[in-house]
Design a protein around this ligand. Structure first.
Ligand SMILES: [Zn+2]
Length: 307
C-alpha cells in the first residue's frame, strides 16, 4: 500500500508517500500559508504531487482533537478550531486521518526509526517549544480527546519564567531550543559567556546556534550552559519515565542536529535523576533517526494506528 502523509509546520507543509516498510518514495514541500482556505489549497496541491496513494494522513502542530479538529494552533495563523480533517476530506474526496505532529513523529520513530521494535516509547521534540508523543503497550496513546503527549507544559518551576500557555515555569521554557537560548542569554547578561557574546555581537542577541558553535570550539562556559540545559532536559525525561516507564526515549526536533553536544550530558543527568537507578533497567535515550520527515512519515502511518 502507498500511504501519503503531510506534516503542517509553522513554515512549510512537508508531504511524503511511504511504502509498507515506512520508506519514503516521494516528497513534496510547499510554504505554509496563513488562513484555513489558503491552507486547504496548499494541502490539495501537495496531494496532487503525492498521487497516487491509498491513504492520507495529516500531522499538525498544536492540539488536534480525536475528531480531527485543530483546537489550538500556536504556529499557524487562522486555523484555531479549524476542522481540518473533515474539510480536507471533503476537498480531496477521501478520508483523512489527523493527529498532532509530534504524536506523528513518535509513531514514525516507533514504526521505522530510532524506537523500532520497542513497545513502550516516549518521544519529545525539542524545538521552539516541546512536543511529545507516547506509545504504550504497543499502541499509540491518544488520550480521551486526542490531546495526550503535551509534555512541554508540565510545570517544573511555578516561580519560573512565563510561558505562552499562561502559566509559569513550563518545561519547554527550559528544555526547548528556545530554552537553551534563554539560559545562554541569562548567563551572558550576567557577565559570562564572553566567546558566545562575541559570536552573537551582543548578549541579547545570543541564540542556541552561537552556544553550539562555541561549545564545539571547546569553550568551557558554553559547555557549562549546555550542561545546565541538559539537566533540565533530563529532569523532564525522568518525570516522563516515572509516569510511563518507557523502553526507549527519543529526542527529536531542531536540536537533534546537535547530537554530539547533547546526548552524553542528557544521558548522564538522566542516570543521576532517575528513581532507584541501581534497581531497574534504564530506558535507552536516543536521538531521532528520521530527521525532518518524521512528522510526515508518521502522518502517513496514522490510518493504521488510529484503526
Ligand atoms: Zn506552558
Amino acid at each position: 500500500l502507498l500511504r501519503a502523509g503531510v506534516d503542517i509546520g509553522g513554515t512549510k507543509c512537508l508531504g511524503v508517500v511511504v511504502d509498507d516498510a515506512g520508506a519514503v518514495l516521494r516528497e513534496e514541500r510547499l510554504s505554509t500559508p496563513a488562513g484555513a482556505d489558503a491552507l486547504l489549497d496548499v494541502l490539495d496541491a501537495v496531494a496532487v504531487v503525492l498521487s497516487p496513494y491509498d491513504s492520507f494522513g495529516v500531522g499538525a502542530a498544536g492540539l488536534v482533537s480525536i475528531d480531527g479538529v485543530w483546537r489550538a494552533a500556536p504556529n499557524v495563523t487562522g486555523v484555531w478550531d479549524f476542522p481540518v480533517g473533515a474539510r480536507l476530506a471533503a476537498r480531496l474526496g477521501h478520508p483523512v486521518a489527523v493527529d498532532n505532529d509530534a504524536t506523528c513523529a513518535a509513531l514514525a520513530e516507533w514504526q521505522a526509526g530510532a524506537a523500532f521494535g520497542a513497545s513502550d516509547v516516549v518521544l519529545v521534540t525539542l524545538g521552539t517549544g516541546i512536543g511529545g508523543g507516547i506509545v504504550s503497550g504497543g499502541r499509540l496513546m491518544r488520550g480521551a480527546n486526542g490531546f495526550a503527549g503535551e509534555p512541554g507544559h508540565m510545570v517544573v518551576d511555578p516561580n519560573g519564567p512565563p510561558c505562552v500557555c499562561g502559566r509559569r515555569g513550563c518545561w519547554e521554557r527550559y528544555a526547548s531550543g528556545s530554552g537553551l537560548a534563554r539560559l545562554a542569554r541569562e548567563a551572558a547578561t550576567g557577565g559570562r559567556l564572553a566567546r558566545v557574546v562575541a559570536l552573537a555581537g551582543d548578549a541579547e542577541a545570543v541564540r542556541g546556534e552561537h552556544v553550539q558553535f562555541a561549545a564545539r570550539e571547546g569553550d568551557h562556559e558554553a559547555l557549562l550552559v549546555i550542561d545546565q540545559w541538559a539537566w533540565w532536559v533530563a529532569l523532564g525525561l525522568v518525570n516522563l519515565t516515572n509516569l510511563l516507564d518507557p523502553e526507549v526515549v527519543v529526542m527529536g526536533g531542531g536540536l537533534s542536529g546537535a547530537v554530539d553536544l547533547v546526548l552524553a550530558p542528557v544521558r548522564r543527568h538522566f542516570a543521576d535523576l532517575l528513581y532507584a537507578p541501581g534497581h531497574r533497567r534504564h530506558p535507552r535515550i536516543e536521538m531521532a533517526a528520521l530527521g525532518e520527515q518524521a512528522g510526515a512519515i508518521g502522518a502517513a502511518l496514522l490510518v493504521e494506528a488510529h484503526a
